[in-house]
Design a binder for this molecule. Structure first.
Ligand SMILES: O=C(O)[C@H](O)[C@@H](O)[C@H](O)[C@H](O)COP(=O)(O)O
Length: 251
């Protein structure tokens, strides 16, 4: 576990999206060169989607063997399959439908009209089992050592669907948890837990805009085990904050 998160500040959100895309392509290509395969955890939200669009537009996108990449999500809005507000739908449109992914390696979180219906707890438990199967026996908390785990950051310091003071943030027993009555709509969600996030080799936190400056400052000042979700998001090898000037408070 790294103790000192690193911070990179970009001039604006467009530069941030393209620079992060270049950084991610390199990290995944390096992982594939070392291990033959790679894994990434995607995030929803404005910055997550801007990154996916920048990946799709990058002339270097084929540096990654998309068929040898496992794709997971940090959280999902528990909505019907294909709903435009699902993070998986947005990722499909922005990137996954444009590159040669292996559908068997695209690990979308369940939808509300799928096998589990309204039972979001059962849906989250299924995702936790998928993660544990990928992690293999003996992995702490049943979570894989993801190569790169991406997180947006909310103005309240939430990451994935882990909100401050909300029960999901305290969940430690499994890699995924059901979230109900979330303060950000829609209220029903599935999220990776803090231990699952911390099982990643690298955690990259993306934040842009003036409305994030306070959250970024609070998260960077809080202890890693505090009641501030973004501060608890640490990678085993690297924790990287990717900001624009306004979120960094340097504009
Ligand atoms: O469901 C969601 O929207 C995300 O999973 C959430 O965690 C998001 O990443 C942050 O709220 C930041 O979102 P923005 O980048 O849009 O501010």
């Amino acid at each position: 576990m790294t103790d000192s998160p690193e911070v990179v500040v970009h001039r604006d959100t467009e530069v941030m999206a393209h620079a992060t895309a270049a950084r991610l392509l390199t990290a995944l290509a390096d992982a594939q060169a070392a291990r033959g395969t790679a894994s990434v955890v995607l995030t929803g939200g404005r910055n997550g989607n801007a990154l996916l669009a920048a990946l799709a537009a990058s002339p270097a996108r084929e540096a990654v063997d998309w068929s040898a990449l496992d794709i997971w999500w940090g959280d999902e809005r528990y909505l019907p399959d294909g709903d435009p507000d699902r993070n998986a739908t947005q990722a499909q449109q922005a990137l996954l439908g444009k590159v040669g992914v292996d559908p068997a390696r695209v690990h979308a979180m369940p939808c509300s009209d799928g096998a589990f219906g309204a039972d979001v707890a059962a849906a989250a438990a299924w995702y936790a089992r998928e993660l544990a199967a990928a992690a293999g026996p003996g992995a702490p908390h049943g979570a894989p050592a993801f190569d790169v785990l991406l997180l947006g950051v909310g103005p309240d310091t939430h990451v994935a669907s882990l909100f401050p003071g909300h029960p999901g943030f305290a969940a430690r027993d499994a890699a995924a948890v059901a979230v109900t009555a979330a303060p950000k709509p829609p209220p029903t969600r599935i999220s990776l837990t803090v231990p699952a996030i911390r099982s990643a080799r690298q955690v990259w936190l993306l934040a842009a805009g003036e409305d994030k400056a306070d959250a970024v400052a609070r998260a960077q000042a809080a202890p890693a085990d505090g009641e501030v979700p973004a501060a608890a998001a640490r990678g085993r090898e690297r924790t990287l904050w990717l900001l624009d000037r306004t979120a960094a408070g340097t504009a």
